[in-house]
Design a protein around this ligand. Structure first.
Ligand code: OAD
Length: 234
C-alpha cells in the first residue's frame, strides 16, 4: 500500500506511543491510573480540594517527561508528515507530553492539552511551565491559581480543536491510530466518524477495535516505522 502525497492522512496517538520512551501509560497494569486514583488527581474537584496534591503529581510527571526522549515511533510520524504535501497531514494526540513536538512534528493538535504548560484558573492566561515556583501551589501575576493546561475528566475539549478534528475525520483518506486503549470519549468515537482506511497499531486490541479494517499488534517503535516505510516507499 502506497500513500499518494496528495491524499489526506490523519493520525491519532495515545500514551502507548510514548511507552518506549519510558513514560507510563494509564490503564495497563502498573500504569498511571492503576497506581493513582484519577478522581484525586485529574478532575476540577480534585484541584479545588487539594491543588498542592494535584501539582505534586504533575511536577513529577513534568520531570519524567523532561528526562524522556522521542522514540522511533515519534520519529516515523515526522517522516510521514514530511512525505505528505503541505496541508495533507494532521496529528491529533491525546498525550500531554511534548515528545511529538520535540521529534519535529509540525501540524499537531493536543486534544487533551499539555502538561508542559500552565493556565491561570482565573484569567485563562497560558504560560510555559516552570521547573520551580516561588509559591506553592503557584499563582499567576493576576492573583489566580495556576494549574496544568490539561483537560481533566469532566471537562470539555477545546471546541476549535474538536471542530478541526471532525472536519479532518470527514475528509481524510487514512486514519492511523497508535497506542490508545479506545476508552476515553469523545476521541474513542473518532474511528466511527470517518470513511477513511482505518489502521490501528498497539500492543493489544483497543476497546473500539471493530471500527478498524486493520489491527497491527506490536510495539509502536517497531510496527509503525515498518508501516510508514511501506506507505511512503522510503
Ligand atoms: P491507555 O493507558 O488507556 O492506553 C494505552 C494503550 O497503549 C494500551 O492499549 C496499550 O496496550 C498500548 N501500548 C502500551 N505500550 C505500547 C507500545 N510500546 N506500543 C504500542 N502500544 C502500546 O492510554 P490512552 O488511551 O492514551 O487523559 O488514554 C487516554 C486518556 O486517558 C489520556 O489522554 C489521559 C487518560 O486519562 C488525560 O491525561 C487528560
Amino acid at each position: 500500500m502506497f500513500i499518494d502525497r496528495n491524499s489526506k492522512v490523519m493520525v491519532l496517538t495515545g500514551a502507548g506511543i510514548s511507552a518506549e520512551s519510558g513514560l507510563k501509560t494509564f490503564r495497563e497494569p502498573g500504569g498511571m491510573w492503576d497506581t493513582y486514583d484519577w478522581r484525586e488527581l485529574a478532575t476540577p474537584a480534585a484541584f479545588e480540594k487539594s491543588p498542592e496534591k494535584v501539582w505534586e503529581f504533575y511536577m513529577e510527571r513534568r520531570r519524567q517527561i523532561r528526562d524522556a526522549q522521542p522514540n522511533e515511533a515519534h520519529k516515523a510520524l515526522v517522516r510521514l508528515e514530511k512525505h505528505m504535501n503541505p496541508g495533507r497531514f494532521l496529528l491529533v494526540s491525546q498525550n500531554v507530553d511534548d515528545l511529538h513536538e520535540r521529534a519535529g512534528q509540525k501540524n499537531i493538535i493536543k486534544i487533551h492539552g499539555s502538561a508542559m504548560r500552565d493556565i491561570c484558573a482565573s484569567c485563562g492566561s497560558v504560560l510555559d511551565s516552570a521547573d520551580s515556583y516561588n509559591e506553592f501551589p503557584p499563582r499567576h501575576a493576576c492573583g489566580g491559581l495556576l494549574r496544568p493546561d490539561v483537560v481533566w475528566f469532566g471537562e470539555p475539549l477545546n471546541s476549535r480543536d474538536l471542530k478541526t478534528a471532525m472536519d479532518w475525520l470527514l475528509s481524510c483518506d487514512y486514519f492511523i491510530v497508535i497506542g490508545t486503549s479506545g476508552n476515553v470519549f469523545p476521541v474513542a468515537q473518532f474511528v466511527y466518524q470517518t470513511e477513511a482506511t482505518k489502521i490501528y497499531i498497539g500492543l493489544e486490541e483497543p476497546e473500539n477495535s471493530r471500527g478498524f479494517q486493520q489491527v497491527k499488534l506490536g510495539k509502536a517503535g517497531i510496527v509503525l516505522p515498518e508501516l510508514i516505510e511501506e506507505l511512503c516507499e522510503v
